[in-house]
Design a protein around this ligand. Structure first.
Ligand code: AHR
Length: 515
């Protein structure tokens, strides 16, 4: 009889996922040991003149029938404000090194049209320029981060741009700004000196780029600037070492060092569909996202060597999933759908950035609207929030909170003889003393029973949770089904003393609030 009772109890507990599996999943959160702040800028965005990110995404123009504020879509402003975007990078990407900012100021009907030779060869009429971008940032309450043209621009042009945007003194540039309707300077802090200068930004070698960086940076003068140097390709440690070495005696010129990383399911040359994929594709997407941490660590190790005082921030100013474009769309527009797979990898990336907050001072997901791993998709006057949007919404609690050290052990997610850790996590404490723990289960087939022990809190009395998941691994939101995947209340946990036993559903992202 006793045996039957025990057997039943174990079966029921196992079924509800409330007891540890063979290899326990366990997280210890040290709620009183945090020292490092998670810069809110880790939750930054990237908006390039690419496809329909700017035109049709943010910008419809003042005469559009789509409700707008000085040309910027109202529905987009409202939606993006929900995720509290701290910083937005613009105008590129590769576009930045072809962009001449003076084309994008003054009366719109007098601005020249150019060819966007990088992205689709389409006409760029320059109706969205410096004033429009800085207005957008004001409407979103975000800091602007401007990438200047090193590849095909001049030092003078770059210097003029900063003067136009930031100076209050009388000068030809500030007179021009005032003539164009803006009296006061905007005081933009963040400036990138070129983009991917190893490739579309000029095909430079690191020695040459380092010299270019110093020359350009010397003449970016107005205001309290944060200058970001272009990194190499993600595994190019030689580029990193060369740039850091050559700028070592010029510490006043360099504040940030950029790092780009994209997840390709099977590689750059073997892109797969964003929605039509199998478990092999799922596994490799997770694997190639997790590899990013190793790359990040190696760049950080070099930064620690050349900048032991930790003055230079690692700026991951492009990251995300890069899949095949949606069938029937312009290949140069990089328009892709966004599924639960994107939600899970977004959580993996954000946990990694949070956990490396000591060095990572900004990250910008590529890109905000209609391009790559977007927050929003638009079609005429319609708008859809993606699963990635909901992860950003859930994770905004970590912005400027104190990173908490955690210990995590978890079982493996195995597929075809390959393994990955199934659970990823990060935790922080906010100004009001609330602890937030974010977890994701990358296994698409199996729930994870996770025991979370909170140390350093006298008595844990309240837990609240939210979850992003769906039953299908390729579930997504579309214009006819906009809320298929979203963020919902989560109740799959039990609190006992300072331990929370969680049943973390397969392919899910969860954030718990603990008090
Ligand atoms: O985000 C798309 C492109 O990817 C950017 O323009 C470029 O910097 C990167 O290679």
């Amino acid at each position: 009889m006793l045996f039957i009772r025990v057997f039943l109890a174990v079966t029921i507990l196992s079924f509800t996922g409330l007891i540890a599996a063979d290899k326990p999943n366990r997280v210890i959160v040290n709620a009183d040991l945090g020292t490092e702040k998670i810069s809110k800028n880790i939750y930054g965005h990237f908006a390039e003149h690419l496809g329909r990110c700017i035109y049709g995404g943010f910008w419809v123009g003042e005469n559009s029938s789509i409700p707008n504020t000085h040309g910027i879509r109202n529905d987009v402003i409202a939606a993006i404000r929900e995720i509290a975007p701290p910083v937005i990078r613009w105008p590129g990407g590769c576009f930045a090194d072809t962009y001449h900012w003076k084309d994008g100021i003054g009366p719109r009907d007098q601005r020249p049209s150019i060819i966007n030779s990088t992205w689709g060869g389409v006409t760029e009429d320059n109706s969205f320029g410096t004033h429009e971008f800085l207005l957008l940032c004001e409407l979103l309450d975000s800091e602007p981060y401007i990438c200047i043209n090193v590849g095909s621009g001049t030092v003078q042009e770059a210097s003029d741009w900063v003067e136009y945007v930031n100076s209050d003194a009388k000068s030809p540039m500030t007179d021009l700004r005032k003539k164009n309707g803006r009296e006061k300077p905007w005081n933009v802090k963040y400036w990138a000196v070129g983009n991917e200068s190893w490739g579309c930004g000029g095909n430079m070698i690191p020695e040459y780029y380092a010299d270019q960086f110093k020359q350009f940076s010397t003449y970016l003068r107005y205001g309290n600037l944060y200058r970001v140097a272009s990194g190499g390709t993600d595994p190019d440690f030689d580029w990193t070492e060369t740039v850091l070495k050559k700028t070592q005696k010029f510490k006043n010129l360099i504040d940030g060092y950029s790092f780009h990383y994209y997840t390709f399911c099977h590689g750059w040359d073997d892109k797969t569909s964003a929605t039509d994929f199998n478990e092999n594709d799922w596994f490799h997407t997770m694997k190639n996202t997790i590899i990013m941490e190793e790359r990040l660590k190696r760049h950080i190790a070099l930064m620690d060597e050349y900048d032991p005082a930790n003055k230079i921030g690692l700026i991951a100013d492009e990251w995300g999933n890069w899949f095949k474009v949606e069938p029937g769309t312009n290949p140069g527009f990089l328009y892709q759908q966004n599924t639960v797979r994107d939600a899970v990898t977004a959580a993996l990336y954000l946990n990694i950035f949070n956990n490396h907050a000591r060095r990572v001072k900004m990250a910008n997901i590529a890109q905000t609207i209609n391009v790559l791993q977007a927050m929003l998709l638009t079609k005429d006057d319609k708008l859809v929030k993606t699963p990635t949007f909901y992860v950003f919404k859930m994770y905004k609690v970590h912005q400027d909170a104190t990173l908490l050290p955690i210990n995590l052990v978890c079982e493996d997610y195995s597929f075809n003889g390959m393994t990955l850790p199934s659970v990823s996590a990060s935790a922080s404490k906010d100004n009001s003393g609330k602890t937030h723990l974010s977890l994701c289960n990358i296994n698409p087939n199996k729930d994870a029973s996770v025991e979370v022990e909170i140390r350093g809190i006298n008595k844990l009395s309240k837990v609240k949770g939210e979850i992003v998941t769906a039953s299908a691994m390729n579930a997504y939101n579309d214009f006819n089904k906009p809320e298929n995947v979203n963020c919902r209340p989560f109740s799959g946990y039990k609190l006992k003393n300072n331990t929370v036993q969680i049943s973390l559903p397969s392919k899910s992202v969860v954030t718990l609030e603990l008090e």
